[in-house]
Design a protein. Sequence first.
Length: 178
Amino acid sequence: MRQTIKDRLTTARGGPELRRSMRDRIRAFQRPEPQPQPRPWRGRPEEAYAVLEDARAVIARGWIQDHWFASRRSGEFGEVAAACLVGAVVHAARQSGPGDPVIRAGPALDYLWDAWQESRGLRAAGIAGLAAPRELRMARVRDLTRWNDQPGRTREQVLGLVDLAASRAVMAAVSIPR
């Protein structure tokens, strides 16, 4: 015996046919809206903070312009007598452990760039700590290097920027959902 469509619907639903509105039928075919997912944290602000604090110590010992480093003895990178902002961060990242120091310095440089934008009254992109594209990070290094090398720049201004970046890294660390 052949079932009619009405009989099939009734059997499939386990009871009498329910009339659905056109809107209900359309909703049945729509995908449910995705629930907002918490943004995954890919960076480690604690590590960026540690690099920034070590860089601060280097700058407090000696700060220079127009060069990344000044060594106590020629050719020895470990004996840095003075460094510019970016050089201090790269040196601190090198001292913090194994691996490529430029990659390890990346999140700290991002926090510095965001802090620089904030100090200028601009809202930063807020991507510090995330995996920034190489080209973007290099552009930020150039910006920070130019800022460091501006005539009239002082060590206190550079230390102030490092302090602001370090405070932003701390705030990021305490606001990460665990």
